[in-house]
Design a protein around this ligand. Structure first.
Ligand SMILES: [Cu+2]
Length: 389
């Protein structure tokens, strides 16, 4: 089978990048590993494992996905046995504004948001995704779930063209928070990921989170932060370029990406999307679960004025959490989780503690915490005054 066949890109534009390398979007789209048909054959022949569950007899639960930083309604401790969690995502290629200066990118967005929505299930559950691609889209897309097992994380079974849908089911056998992202093949993998096409899954242990000593850890609130690096091409005068259609930036964006220096590093799709009026809210005494996903590039979350009480730096709940971190590390291509009990009111900045990225490139969020100030933990003993002696 010709892997370049049937890539279905609407216009086969020829592009030339700075180095004079010429390529077509059609070719870029089709270069992948397994074709969907070949992978589906493999999946069919391997369908009957010894420990296979009769999925048709399991209860089915529809999960309403919500935009980040929200999480869908879920139980922290599973009620009963495994279920099939049904979710639907629609892929939308859309122009979004990513900073206060009006810089644009044609994002490739699962459910229209950057990052895509978080899916929540329990270990042993099945996630059944119906994924649709709007007929107005230009590109082929798919989804690779790091939480899943086989067929490129589902990537080989989910390639769809504009106007198509596909249904993928996978069993959540590893508890933790995990990234998912589009991976249509070759350079289109990073190109789609740095155009916002990524998100996260949380697979909770059936009996909930634990502190590593067997004690239950409950959270009062949970927030999901997707960190995104963008690589926006510039004009000769240095202004960020704008494009008429999705995919039109391909050659120039690849040139910027090759330099590995992002123009923007933001939380939830844009500079300021979680600050000011859009700050995440909590009260003193709340245990807040913070999920941080980065599909492409390392990050180092830090809560200014607080800590990570419990941190799953690798994001995998089968491991005991570590405690009392000042800053933790998220490896590019993974998600991590932390629980913090807010002890003081006020505005807390939650940043990528590469402070250049936080302050100059956009990776800052806010928590607005209400409650009573605790002088024992901190007080201003003397206001600023002239030096007295
Ligand atoms: Cu894609």
């Amino acid at each position: 089978m010709n892997p370049l066949a049937n890539t279905g890109f609407k216009k086969d534009l020829i592009m030339t990048n700075k180095n004079g390398l010429q390529f077509s979007r059609r070719n870029l789209l089709g270069v992948g590993a397994l074709t969907a048909a070949a992978a589906a054959t493999l999946a069919t022949t391997a369908a009957q494992a010894d420990d296979a569950v009769d999925v048709s007899k399991l209860p089915r639960v529809k999960q309403e996905l919500v935009p980040p930083p929200g999480l869908p309604q879920h139980d922290q401790v599973a009620k009963g046995g495994p279920v099939v969690v049904e979710v639907t995502m629609t892929i939308e290629e859309k122009k979004i504004i990513i900073d206060k200066e009006g810089t644009e990118i044609w994002a490739f967005a699962y459910n229209g948001t950057v990052p895509g929505p978080i899916i929540v299930c329990h270990e042993g559950d099945y996630v059944e995704l119906t994924m649709k691609s709007l007929p107005t889209n230009q590109m082929e897309h798919n989804i690779d779930f790091h939480a899943s097992t086989g067929a490129l994380g589902g990537g080989a079974l989910t390639k769809i063209l504009p106007g198509q849908e596909v249904v993928l089911r996978w069993k959540a056998i590893k508890p933790g928070v995990f990234v998912y992202h589009c991976a249509p093949g070759d350079v289109m993998i990073p190109y789609h990921v740095v155009h916002g096409m990524n998100g996260a899954v949380m697979v909770l242990p059936r009996d909930g989170l634990k502190d590593g000593k067997g004690n239950a850890l409950k959270y009062d609130l949970a927030y999901y932060i997707g960190e995104q690096d963008f690589y926006i091409p510039r004009t000769e005068k240095g202004a960020f370029k704008k494009y008429e259609t999705a995919g039109e930036d391909l050659a120039e964006a690849l040139d910027v990406m090759r330099g590995l220096i992002p123009s923007h590093v933001v939380f939830n799709g844009a500079v300021g999307s979680l600050t000011g009026d859009k700050a995440m809210k909590a009260k003193v005494g709340d245990n807040v679960l913070i999920i941080h996903a980065q599909a492409n590039r390392d990050s180092r979350p830090h809560l200014i004025g607080g800590h990570g009480d419990y941190v799953w730096e690798h994001g995998k709940f089968g491991n005991a959490p570590q405690t009392d971190f000042e800053t933790w590390f998220i490896r590019g291509g993974s998600a991590g989780a932390a629980i913090y009990k807010f002890r003081q009111p006020g505005i807390y900045a939650y940043v990528n503690h590469n402070l250049i990225e936080a302050v100059m490139l956009g990776a800052t969020a806010h928590f607005k915490v209400d409650g009573q100030w605790n002088d024992d933990l901190m007080m201003q003993v003397a206001k600023p005054r002239p030096i007295s002696g």
